[in-house]
Structure formats: C-alpha cells, structure tokens
Ligand binder design. Structure first.
Ligand code: FEO
Length: 179
C-alpha cells in the first residue's frame, strides 16, 4: 500500500521528509518572531514590535508555500508541532542577533534541500526551492543591516529609540540606501 501511494507522487521520501522538516522550521521562525514582537512591545520598542509581527506573518506564508507544494505534488504535508519558543530575550540587540542567527540557519537548511534535490534529480522541487534561496538573500541582508544599526547609531542616550525608529526602514534591493 505504501508503495502504491508513493507511485502517486514524484517526491521521494527523502525530499518529502526534508520539505516537512522545512515546514516545521518556518513555523518555528514564525512563532519566534511573534515572541520577539511581544517582547519588543513589552519593552517599549513599538516599531520593532510591528516589524517583527510582519516578519512572523511572512514566515507563516513561507510555511504555507511549502505545505501547499507538498500536497500539490501528491505528498503528505504535516501540520507541524512547535515547542520551546523562547519568550524572554536578554536585550533589544539580543533579539536581532538571534534573528540573524535564525535566518542563517534557515539558509543552510534551504541550501541543503537544493543540494539534495539536485542529487536526486528532482528538478521540480529544485525549481520550487529557488524562490526560497532568493528570499534568504534578502532576509539575511536585512537582518545584518538591522544589527549594524546598533553599532552605527549606538545604544547610549536616545540611541535605542533611534534604532527602533529605523528598523522598519531597512529594505533590500532598489529601495535600499534611499534613506
Ligand atoms: Fe522563511 Fe526567514 O526564513
């Protein structure tokens, strides 16, 4: 029976498992960004709170993109169980250090999927995953630029207030550098 079901999809078990793992990672990212948003809100960083809430939505969209793809391909997308979401963060800067760390982690996972697809000659999933590779360039860029604000503006005096004000303005691509 298992083999018969498998005949109905081009996805190999390995690729399907990797995609389901990625669904979970994106869901985790979404939940962490939401926790970060709440922390920023509690600590008076309202602009960052809104920015991180938006990020959380985006991560859920990423999750859903993969979720739909797995099902559209005849596979079995698994609704992920998410646990161990940190609710407290050591500092304002710490929030964004963790965000960059999380994005770098996501990039390595997406890279690995692309690598496995290529090796398995699964060019359909390989093509699907290209969007995520491009997205990660943007997400890492923005996360790095946000962290730089902490050094460029400095945290003393009204520094954190200024940083919070500038965080939602960080963009990638043609809009970048227009400030
Ligand atoms: Fe969906 Fe920010 O990785």
């Amino acid at each position: 029976m298992k083999d018969l079901l498998r005949l109905r999809t081009s996805l190999t078990e390995e690729i399907e498992a990797l995609l389901n793992e990625q669904i979970k990672i994106e869901a985790y990212s979404s939940a962490v960004y939401l926790a970060m948003s709440s922390w920023c809100n509690r600590n008076g960083y309202d602009n960052s709170a809104s920015y991180l809430e938006k990020q959380s939505y985006e991560e859920r969209e990423h999750m859903m993109k993969i979720f739909r793809f797995v099902n559209d391909m005849g596979g079995r997308a698994v609704s992920p169980e998410i646990t161990n979401i940190p609710q407290e963060f050591e500092s304002f800067r710490g929030v964004f250090e963790l965000a960059l760390q999380q994005e770098i982690h996501v990039s390595s996972k997406i890279n690995n999927i692309a690598d496995r697809c290529f090796k398995a000659k699964d060019y359909m999933t390989f093509q699907f995953i290209q969007w995520f590779l491009k997205e990660q360039i943007e997400e890492e860029y923005v996360a790095r630029r946000i962290l730089e604000l902490f050094d460029v503006i400095g945290e003393e005096g009204t520094g954190r207030w200024q940083i919070d004000k500038n965080i939602p303005k960080v963009t990638y691509g043609e809009e970048a550098g227009e400030e």
